[in-house]
Design a protein around this ligand. Sequence first.
Ligand code: CA
Length: 222
Amino acid sequence: MRVLVVEDTAALAAQLREALAEAGFAVDHAADGEEAQFLGETEPYDAVVLDLGLPKLDGLSVLRRWRAGGQRMPVLILTARDSWSEKVAGLDAGADDYLAKPFAMAELVARLRALIRRAHGIASAEIVLGTLRIDTASQSVTQAGAPVKLTALEYGLLAYLAHHPGRPISKSELTEHLYAQDFDRDSNTLEVIVGRLRRKLGDGVIETLRGQGYRLVASPAG
Ligand code: CA
């Protein structure tokens, strides 16, 4: 899952990037409203953390422009403490959730995960597909009851497929959602990651649909 952090205060932006990277997200950062608007219109984010007080273009205007342009990604806004009017204005402008500063990083991460789940119609933090269980809160995976140890990228790829059950996901889509903007992307790496996941999860869990991509199937074959 790839997220955009829009925050002009350098120290808070660094904390957000670190916490979200640790939680398994690929993270891009914008430090002003114009850059944020551009990135939100051109990159396929799974969610956005949007500060409202920003240089060049304020967060509410950024959000309104995204929504007017048809951008539907979940957006969590950061508001000033005790400002109910900011929260109302933000929600009315198309925000999906808010947190007032100062906030606990763990709460922000949990809310973002919940927003992404909801955007995909998933109600529970644990995604169950046949014998495969993916706990998105702890980023842990079991197959037929046995724990499966995954690297961050392996988990990220599996979690992305699990958020789109039944739909084949192309390599280019996976690449766009697994790596941050400044990452040196290589689609061959994806094949390697899928190969390792298949060895760890068993055959039949990740299907290859020729010309379409990869799909997670509910029950392992055989
Ligand atoms: Ca600010």
